[in-house]
Design a binder for this molecule. Structure first.
Ligand code: FEO
Length: 167
């Protein structure tokens, strides 16, 4: 495997792992604040990111690359409210998308069509995750600071996210 591509895939393993523990911290914060639906959403997201990470680890090993399981930064533990929580979620997903686009670019530069092909799954996954994050943030922006709106958002979040994924 090309050394640059190998390094980028290892970086991506870290970004997915970082997202996984960040979303776990978000779930835990929401749980403690009494937002059970939001907590469930982020517990699920955290699991998903873990599978994204593991898929990369297995792929690099299959290609006889060297995997470096990374040390992670401490996740942000607390938020001012749901709006900040979902702003950070969208930022995180946009960051991951940029990194995936960068890998795709480098695959083409190095003519590594195998990794390029593998990464297409991540491209589709990012499209979906960014769309869900935007939908949820849009809804929160409409709700503003309204407490009963937040109550309904928390009650309905899993349905909103699931219906979006079916589209
Ligand atoms: Fe696997 Fe949502 O980044």
């Amino acid at each position: 495997m090309n050394a640059t591509i190998e390094e980028l895939l290892n970086n991506q393993i870290k970004f997915e792992a970082q997202a996984s523990i960040q979303y776990l911290a978000m779930a835990s914060w929401a749980d403690a604040e009494g937002y059970n639906g939001v907590a469930e959403f982020f517990y699920n997201q955290s699991e998903e990111e873990r599978t994204h990470m593991t898929k990369l680890v297995k792929f690099v090993n299959e290609r006889s690359g060297k995997v470096i399981v990374p040390a992670l930064d401490a996740p942000k533990p607390a938020y001012n409210g749901l709006n900040e929580l979902f702003e950070k979620f969208l930022e995180s997903e946009e960051f991951v998308t940029q990194q995936i686009n960068h890998i795709i670019f480098e695959c083409l530069q190095h003519k590594d069509y195998n990794v390029h092909n593998f990464m297409q799954w991540y491209v589709s996954e990012q499209l979906e995750e960014e769309a869900v994050a935007r939908t949820l943030l849009d809804k929160l922006n409409i709700i503003g600071g309204d407490k009963s709106g937040h109550y309904l958002f928390d009650r309905d979040i899993l349905t909103i996210a699931a219906s979006h994924e079916d589209e």
